[in-house]
Design a protein. Structure first.
Length: 547
C-alpha cells in the first residue's frame, strides 16, 4: 500500500505565519486607535463649538441689553447699563435666572439669562454660564457710578494663556466677562446649594496664578489642562460704546428734526468750549460746535426766550377789536407770555395774532401746542363768554394753528390763527406758560453728561434765516459732506459722537477740539466730516440728521 506523506511545516515557516498574524493585529489595532483618536478629537471640537456658540450668544445679548436698558426698567435706567449677576443656584426657584437687585463692582455670579431674555445657556457639558460685570457699567440703581458715557472705562482685566499678557488693553478693559465652566476638575464639588453657588467649584486658577473665581478678576483665558478648563468671552468698552453712542446720538437727532419741523430751521450751535463749563447755548451765526441744549435738564444756561414787542392782531371774514399786552404785568424785557383781550366780535372772523419771540434759535425751545396744557393751564388758552375759565384753543375755535419762522438774528415770528365759531365768542386769547415750552431729552442724557461728548453742525443754508437750501461743495451755502460709511454730499445737519479720549489726546474734559475729534471732523470750517472704522487713532461717529 502506498505510503501517504502528510505536510510538515518547518519552524521558519511557522515563525513567518505568526509574524504576519501579529502585523495584521498591530495594523488593525493601530487603525482602531487612530479612528478612536479622530472620533475623540472630533467630539472635543464639537463640544468646543457648542461652548463657543453659547458664549457668543451671551455676549451679543449683553450688548443688546445695554443698548436698550433705559427701556427695561429698574432704578434710573440708562443706555450702557449691564445687569448684575444672578447669585441663585440653578433650579433653586423662581428667582433663578434673574439679576440681583444690587451688586458689588466686579461682582461674579451666573449669567442672568431671564433678565437678558434668553433661554438658559449651558456649555457643552450642560453647565450654566458664569458672569462678571465691571463696576462702572453696573445698572445705575444697583450701585453703579453716577456717570456713564463715552469716557467711562471698563475695569476688568483679561490675560492670555501665559498669564502675563493682557488680552484687554490697559486703556480698553472689559465691561463684562462670561465664563463656560466645563466639567469638574480637581477637588471641585457641585452637589449642594452652597457648593453650586461657590465660584471656585466651577472656575479655576490658570496661568500666572490668575483666578477666574475671584470677584473683579483679573481673569485668564488659557487652553484646557488637567487642572484648568474654563472658556470665556468678554465685552470691552470699545466694543460696547459705539452702539451706545449711536443710540444716544439718535436721541439728539430726533429732537433736532422735531425742532426743524416746528421752526423751519435747525438751531445755531454753541461755540466749542470746555464742556464741563460751557453754557451749551447757541450763538447767532455759529453753525458748528456744541449742541444748543443748555435749556434741557439743567445742562447749561441757554438764554430764555422773551416776547420782544406787543403782539398785533387782525380779523379776517368778520370784525373785532383786540387789546394785546405782554405779561407779566408791566414787563418790558423779561416778558414770558402775551394776552389779547377781545371785544366787539362780529360774525365768525379768523383771528390772527403775531408776535416776536427772541432767543429761539439759541436753544431747543418748543413751539406752543394749541391742544396741550402744562400743569392744567392751556399753552394757548381761550376764554369763551361769559366764562373766565381758559380752554385749549383747539377745543373752542376752528382751524387753530401756531406757526413760526426764524431769522438770522435767532428770533422767531410766532403766529396764532383761529376761527371763531357760531356758538361761543372768545373774550381773551393768551399764549401762557410760566416758562417758554422746551423739548425734553431723557433725564439720563444730562445726568450722564452725554452733552460733554457730542458735537453738532448744520449747513448755513439750514440755520436760522438760511433760506432752507444748500448746495454740495464747493457750492454756497454749502451742504455738509460726510465721507466713508453712510457718506452723503447733501447733509443739512449732523451730530458727531466724539468717543473716549484716545492715547494721542489729552484727557476729557478739554477746551481743545482736537482732543475730541479726529481727521476731517476736527476741521469743521471746511464742511467735511467722515466716518471710518474705529481704530486706535479714530473713534468719532457721524450721524446724519437730515436729509
Amino acid at each position: 500500500m502506498p505510503l501517504h506523506r502528510s505536510t510538515v511545516h518547518s519552524p521558519s515557516a511557522q515563525r513567518g505565519a505568526v509574524f504576519i498574524i501579529m502585523v495584521v493585529i498591530l495594523v488593525m489595532g493601530t487603525a482602531a486607535f487612530f479612528v478612536s483618536s479622530l472620533t475623540s478629537v472630533g467630539s472635543s471640537l464639537q463640544r468646543d463649538q457648542v461652548t463657543i456658540e453659547v458664549l457668543n450668544q451671551a455676549k451679543q445679548a449683553l450688548i443688546a441689553y445695554a443698548i436698550n436698558s433705559e427701556n427695561i426698567g429698574g432704578s434710573a435706567p440708562r443706555p450702557g447699563d449691564l445687569p448684575c449677576p444672578d447669585t441663585d443656584a440653578p433650579g433653586s426657584g423662581s428667582n433663578y435666572g434673574y439679576e440681583e437687585a444690587t451688586c458689588a463692582a466686579g461682582a461674579l455670579g451666573r449669567l442672568p439669562w431671564k433678565t437678558l431674555g434668553l433661554p438658559e445657556l449651558k456649555d457643552s457639558v450642560g453647565e450654566p454660564l458664569w458672569y462678571s460685570v465691571s463696576g462702572n457699567f453696573r445698572r445705575s440703581g444697583a450701585g453703579g457710578i453716577a456717570v456713564l458715557n463715552s469716557d467711562t472705562a471698563g475695569t476688568l482685566d483679561v490675560y492670555s494663556s501665559d498669564g502675563a499678557t493682557l488680552l484687554t488693553s490697559a486703556s480698553d478693559k472689559a465691561v463684562a466677562v462670561v465664563f463656560a465652566p466645563g466639567p469638574i476638575v480637581g477637588a471641585q464639588v457641585r452637589g449642594t446649594t452652597a457648593e453650586k453657588t461657590t465660584a471656585s467649584n466651577y472656575l479655576e486658577v490658570g496661568p500666572g496664578s490668575r483666578n477666574n473665581a475671584t470677584t473683579g478678576g483679573p481673569f485668564v483665558a488659557a487652553p484646557t489642562t488637567t487642572t484648568f478648563n474654563d472658556k470665556l468671552t468678554y465685552v470691552t468698552a470699545s466694543q460696547l460704546l459705539p452702539s451706545i453712542e449711536k443710540r444716544v446720538g439718535t436721541e439728539l437727532k430726533t429732537i433736532l428734526k422735531t425742532y426743524y419741523t416746528a421752526w423751519g430751521a435747525f438751531p445755531f450751535a454753541g461755540p466749542f468750549a470746555n464742556p464741563s463749563t460751557a453754557t451749551f447755548a447757541g450763538t447767532a451765526g455759529t453753525t458748528y460746535g456744541l449742541p444748543p441744549i443748555g435749556n434741557l435738564n439743567s445742562m447749561g444756561t441757554t438764554t430764555t426766550p422773551v416776547w420782544n414787542a406787543i403782539p398785533t392782531a387782525t380779523f379776517t371774514g368778520g370784525s373785532g377789536t383786540a387789546t394785546c399786552t405782554r405779561r407779566p404785568t408791566s414787563c418790558t424785557t423779561a416778558c414770558t407770555y402775551w394776552r389779547c383781550d377781545l371785544t366787539s366780535i362780529s360774525g365768525t372772523p379768523t383771528i390772527t395774532i403775531s408776535g416776536r419771540l427772541n432767543n429761539i434759535g439759541f436753544g431747543m425751545w418748543r413751539l406752543y401746542d394749541p391742544t396741550a396744557s402744562i400743569t392744567g393751564t392751556p399753552e394757548v388758552g381761550v376764554r369763551i363768554s361769559p366764562s373766565t375759565t381758559y380752554n385749549t384753543a383747539s377745543s373752542v375755535m376752528d382751524n387753530v394753528s401756531v406757526t413760526a419762522s426764524l431769522t438770522s438774528a435767532g428770533y422767531a415770528t410766532v403766529v396764532f390763527s383761529g376761527k371763531v365759531r357760531l356758538v361761543g365768542t372768545p373774550t381773551r386769547i393768551q399764549l401762557y406758560t410760566s416758562t417758554i415750552p422746551a423739548y425734553s431729552l431723557p433725564t439720563w442724557f444730562a445726568v450722564n453728561n452725554w452733552n460733554h461728548v457730542m458735537y453738532y453742525a448744520t449747513s448755513p443754508g439750514y440755520a436760522p434765516g438760511g433760506g432752507n437750501s444748500c448746495n454740495p461743495l464747493p457750492g454756497t451755502p454749502s451742504c455738509l459732506t460726510v465721507s466713508g460709511q453712510g457718506g452723503v454730499t447733501n447733509a443739512r445737519a449732523v451730530v458727531v459722537t466724539t468717543g473716549a479720549a484716545l492715547a494721542s489726546q489729552a484727557a476729557h474734559p478739554s477746551a481743545t477740539l482736537t482732543n475730541y475729534l479726529e481727521l476731517e471732523n476736527a476741521t469743521p470750517a471746511d464742511f467735511i466730516y467722515e466716518n471710518q472704522t474705529r481704530i486706535g487713532t479714530f473713534n468719532d461717529q457721524v450721524i446724519v440728521v437730515a436729509p
